[in-house]
Design a protein around this ligand. Sequence first.
Ligand code: ZN
Ligand code: ZN
Ligand code: ZN
Length: 364
Amino acid sequence: MAENPVEDPSAREVREIRINPIVPAESVLVATARSMRPKKAEELAPRDTRKHVETCPFCRGNETKTPPAILQLPAEGDWQVRLVPNLYPVLGDDREAPNFVFGLQQTIDGYGRHEVFIDHPDHGAAIHEWSEAHLGLVFRAYRDRMRALFESDPRLKYVLVFKNFGPAAGASIPHTHSQVIAMPVVPENVGAEVTNSAEYYTRHHQCIFCALIGEALTFEATIYDRASGEVRRKVNVGQYVVERGEKFIAIKPFASRYEWEVHILPLTHQSDYLAVGEADLADLARVVRRTMARLDAVIGGAQYNFFLHSAPHDGKEHGASYHWHLEICPRTSIPTGFELGSGLFVNTISPELAAERLRNVVLE
Ligand SMILES: [Zn+2]
Ligand SMILES: [Zn+2]
Ligand SMILES: [Zn+2]
């Protein structure tokens, strides 16, 4: 082993449990051995790629089929983005019912807002087919809506922006759209990231996300042989970087839950998505579009969920320790009983190989 410390990780079969550095409880079994391969989602329904659908409530010309728009961009002429209330909200703003408490079964009022961004006028347009200007418009609209919701009601602690694209990702309406849910609680996974990154900050006086970006850019892992204690491999520099812009970076997480999961983060520390400036939006749009183009080229028609994780507005200070990010999770397989039963995600492609394949896509 010692004679070959620098080994090509893509040639190696991986079977290891990787600890998520931010949320250790969310660890992942990376198992590239065939026998571990979960059911491939070959039968996943294909996504709708049509440009215009007469009966679609989100297509242009059918504006009367949705509730009146909360906002429309641009305000005059053909809209590019429309924000409407969700017809079937998971949280509503009209509940005055008291909280019921029965022993261990406790509830918090389902107070909040649930809105839908019709994020492109073309019915089946995938993000990599959008213009960067359009993507910039959408990411600006997310920011402005988050701010307006926080300002509208101090009870709102978190605004989750997410997108389900394609039936495999749970999108019930085929027209491309994203959703905004404003809620009176901090979602547990964001809470775990916030708590653990604050602990890391206390110990190391550094943001863990910034540390991970630094590692992704200049990663050098020393792995010792279990028996001999000798150095077994060192990993290449930059191997987790999928796309790098001037201000943003797309990274393949070392402990990726999903085969093609990619995270996008600002290169310079920033905790709250609300702080994204006008000058940042163009680079963010570019990095997101190029990342989606890479995913689409490798997977062939990516169906995915993405969500924005940003510092909660819960009255606590997260400015130094938390770092906002966009998690993109393409859905290429269906969770198995093992995953649901153990809570351990199984990833059958080594994140190093996945990052390399995404990086190798030649974009125009
Ligand atoms: Zn449509
Ligand atoms: Zn940071
Ligand atoms: Zn996150």
